[in-house]
Ligand binder design. Sequence first.
Ligand SMILES: O=C(O)C1=C[C@@H](OP(=O)(O)O)[C@@H](O)[C@H](O)C1
Ligand SMILES: C=C(OP(=O)(O)O)C(=O)O
Length: 435
Amino acid sequence: MGIKTLEFENPILSGKLTIPGDKSISHRAVMLGSIAKGKTSISGFLDGEDCISTINIFRQLGVSIEREGTKVTIDSPGMLRWKTPTQVLYAGNSGTTARLLLGILAGSRITSVLTGDESLSNRPMNRVTLPLRTMGASITGEPDSNLLPLSITGGQLKAIDYTMPVASAQVKSAILFAGLTAEGETSVSETTVSRDHTERMLMQFGADLSKKGNTVRLKGGQLLHATDVVVPGDISSAAFFMAAVAMLERSSVSFKNVGLNPTRTGIIDVLKEMGAQVEIGEEKEPLGEPYGDVTITYGSLQGIEISGAIIPTLIDELPVIALLATQAQGTTIIKDAAELRVKETDRIVAVTTELKKLGADIEATDDGMIIHGPTALTGGSLASYGDHRLGMMAAIAALVTSGPIQIEDPSCIAISYPGFFDDLEKLAISTNLKG
Ligand SMILES: O=C(O)C1=C[C@@H](OP(=O)(O)O)[C@@H](O)[C@H](O)C1
Ligand SMILES: C=C(OP(=O)(O)O)C(=O)O
């Protein structure tokens, strides 16, 4: 386990940054490109470890996938001609890979076993396996098909009308993917809207899908058509540097081609409401997903309440938002975010434990955190818990602490942002960067 030390003196962040590709969209592009027969090309693909796990799994199913950096070319025989894998499918650290794949494999013609790393093997899968079993899926594993490894025997499924008990795009997507091959029309209704990349991309691949209010409907027995996908920059990755700029006087950074899907832009609303200056350039929407340039400039920050419908639109950004709140005047309350407890680690425990080590006034609640600011943070040694978002939060903390930060096990950052430290160095131009 390595340690990375970061120390800055009076840092300012400035310049332009092109953020790597969106993780959620990259996964889906490989999945839909593998389901569809023929050639799909993806540009702007995220070469993070999670998305590589997705590629490796489809290669095991007989799909030809070539990758050169951020360009991916898929040539698939189509889902009906996938071959039975000779080895266990390994989703690594990626919840998105595992949960979406369960929905896909349940309606396939192959038998497979799916597993993951230690963190993923402790994350709940019954949120997808239970509705999939209601559709007729044959999925077994202990306890009650909740934890990896799981065995999946693909077969003919029946459509379902499903009302989501929890806001989760992974659950919604797994059911929609299963619905593609099911008999009848599947519907998924959400009370709180989660990211809609699957719906957008299914339509891009030619699926007949309709949306009314918060209900999505999809007819079973559809074939997808291979197509080209352009992946915009990941706003969840940009969020770390956006928060850093918002905390550092005299800082301003322009982020290029950031994904601006409204189901993902909660961080922009929070930055504005807290007092940062936000400028959004012309929005483009080449193939289904809106994107544009976003410039963030420091502003004096106020604490706010973050709760309700905005939570799914910034769920992965909450660790860095908690750090941001330590530098804001007043109290920030984060509620309705109990989902943080079932991510790569329990992010409520991890964030509060680590930020307290630096002197933050932060407390954990059942479904969120309460942070009183501003506090002058000291340096210290922070654990990443093998969780990329925690590792990046620790690195960004180093920009505002009085002493150095040691990040334990920083390699996990490559799960979603392999070039993170290079980009940090690039932006922190007028500082002394040691480490
Ligand atoms: O569908 C997706 O790509 C994701 C959905 C979210 O998870 P949930 O579906 O569990 O909310 C998010 O936290 C994860 O990083 C990616
Ligand atoms: C929760 C995350 O991802 P996943 O669920 O795919 O592991 C994340 O990227 O923060």
